[in-house]
Design a protein around this ligand. Structure first.
Ligand code: ZN
Length: 157
């Protein structure tokens, strides 16, 4: 399942990526282009802009694009709403997408990260992945801790 979020929800985009859901952050105000991307790439539209939904509801229905209007400005509540609405498994596929650019992470050997991550990390972790796009390196701790924080926040509230 893939998503596109509008300007108002950059944090939600990151959280969905951490959970392994391909999410485009659409940081422009052109609604027609957003709809075009959603339609072409099969993405669900997530927005907090009720005027946008009101105006474009007919277009969404004609094009068969699922959408969800979120009302909360808290990212925990937003994620909870999305998970409930689309029946997401937030623990299903973490550690697969770059938090920053939504591109696939690929395995990288421990030898190859020497000198590129903090010494403490190098000593304490054995599994590393790298973004195929921005080349940022992630390790067990980065996604896992954030993931656990998210799940906790979503379940507890
Ligand atoms: Zn990246």
């Amino acid at each position: 399942m893939k998503f596109i979020v509008d300007l108002t929800m950059g944090r939600l985009a990151k959280w969905l990526r951490i959970a392994g859901y391909d999410t485009v952050f659409y940081n422009s105000a052109n609604p027609d282009k957003l709809i075009e991307i959603a339609s072409k790439e099969g993405r669900m539209i997530l927005t907090r802009n009720s005027g946008f939904i009101k105006k474009k509801k007919k277009t969404f229905e004609e094009k068969g694009i699922p959408f969800l209007l979120l009302t909360s400005d808290r990212v925990e509540d937003q994620l909870k709403g999305v998970a409930a609405n689309f029946k997401l498994n937030l623990k299903g596929n973490p550690f697969t997408l770059c938090i920053d650019c939504n591109k696939p992470l690929v395995k990288i050997s421990k030898e190859d990260v020497a000198g590129k991550v903090p010494e403490f990390v190098y000593q304490n972790y054995n599994k590393f992945v790298q973004c195929s796009n921005c080349k940022k390196i992630f390790w067990g701790g980065t996604h896992k801790e954030r993931m656990e924080g998210i799940i906790k926040a979503v379940i507890e509230n």
